[in-house]
Every structure is written in C-alpha cells, then in structure tokens.
Design a binder for this molecule. Structure first.
Ligand SMILES: Cc1cc2nc3c(=O)[nH]c(=O)nc-3n(C[C@H](O)[C@H](O)[C@H](O)COP(=O)(O)O)c2cc1C
Length: 182
C-alpha cells in the first residue's frame, strides 16, 4: 500500500509522529510538510522533523515537478494530519497552491481515499461549510477528537486510540484497537 501523508500547521504534531511511526511498518509513505507545519513541529516535537526521512520519501512543499503532483502517480490514499483550516479551505475550493493541496486535488479527481484530520476549536461557519462540502464529495473528515470510552490513563493512550481508528479508516489493520463492547 502506498500512502501520501501531509502535515500542516495545526497543533498536534504528536499525532503525525505517532501515526507515521505506526503506518510506515505497513505502507510505503510519501510525506509533505507545509512551511508552518515545520514551525509547529519545531515548537511541539522538535526531533521529529529531522527523523522524517526515516519513514518515507519527503517532498518539498512548493515543488510541483514531482511524481505525486501528477494524476498518473499511483497511490492508494492520502491523509492530512493534522489538517489546518487553511489547507482544508483551499482543498474545498480547489486552490492547489502547494504540493499538499495539489496531491489532495489529485486524490479527489482520481477517486482515491482522502482523509483530513482537522484540529481547530471553535469552528466558524466557513470551516463547517468547507468540511460539509468535502464530506459530501466523499472526503473523510476525521477530526482529532480523543475518545474516553477506552478509559485512557495517559496522553499516549488517547493518541494511540485516535491513530488506530485512522488506521481502520485507511483499511490498514490497527492491532490493539479497543472497540466498544468487543
Ligand atoms: C503554533 C501554531 C499553532 C497553530 N494551530 C492551529 C490549529 O490548531 N488549527 C488551525 O487550523 N490552524 C492553526 N494554526 C494556524 C495555521 O498554521 C495557519 O493558518 C497556516 O497558514 C496554515 O498553513 P498550512 O495549512 O499551509 O500549514 C497554528 C499556527 C501556529 C503557529
């Protein structure tokens, strides 16, 4: 399985890190980090940026002269984690002014699975309209909202459950997922 992972400048770099660490064992990864994404990672989780290339091929945010900018590139799915409201809004409106948005646009036009993991609160009517528009077009909107029915004891437990559910959505088996009433 080949998956494109976009990381943007919303808070929650730890989600991207834990997700990539888990997914790279099951899938070939192609990774793009936005400029502000890099800044947020530096603030929240500095060592992760230097380690990224261990997990897959890392592309420049503003380079369109690469395979993943083309509809001819074969891949199975794309996920943007965390997804800023800016990136979500640009995807919703077809404005491909960086490689993350171009890859997402390709994903939509080629009818592949696209998962966006927004992190913002509260949400404005514009955010909600953009999310609604994308959801109606088949994009999976999976906000980074931790669940508590698993009785988490640590922040890591909360993150782990969220990313295991994202692995479910991607169709990659997430071992140790605590499922309700199972
Ligand atoms: C430290 C920091 C935290 C941020 N957190 C969020 C956030 O949680 N959600 C969001 O939508 N934007 C957040 N922003 C604002 C975005 O980074 C900003 O809108 C930026 O233009 C997004 O660009 P990108 O989508 O290309 O990364 C944050 C910015 C900074 C510097």
């Amino acid at each position: 399985m080949r998956v494109i992972v976009g990381i943007t400048g919303a808070s929650g770099a730890i989600y991207a890190q834990k997700f990539i660490e888990k997914l790279f064992k099951k899938a070939e990864l192609e990774i793009i980090v936005s400029e502000v994404g890099k800044e947020v990672i530096k603030q929240e989780n500095p060592y992760f940026l230097a380690e990224l290339s261990k997990y897959g091929k890392v592309y420049e945010f503003n380079d369109y002269n690469v395979s993943i900018a083309s509809g001819s590139h074969l891949f199975d799915a794309m996920i943007v984690i965390p997804c800023s409201m800016k990136t979500l809004g640009l995807i919703a409106n077809g404005i491909a002014n960086n490689l993350i948005i171009r890859a997402a646009e390709v994903c939509m036009k080629e009818k592949r699975k696209l998962i966006l993991c927004p992190r913002e609160s509260p949400l404005s009517p514009i955010h909600l309209e953009n999310m609604s528009k994308l959801a109606k077009l088949g994009v999976i909107i999976a906000p980074l909202m931790p669940a508590f029915y698993t009785k988490p004891e640590t922040i890591n437990d909360l993150i782990e459950h969220t990313i295991n559910r994202l692995m479910d959505l991607l169709g990659v088996s997430g071992e140790h997922v605590k499922r309700w009433r199972e």
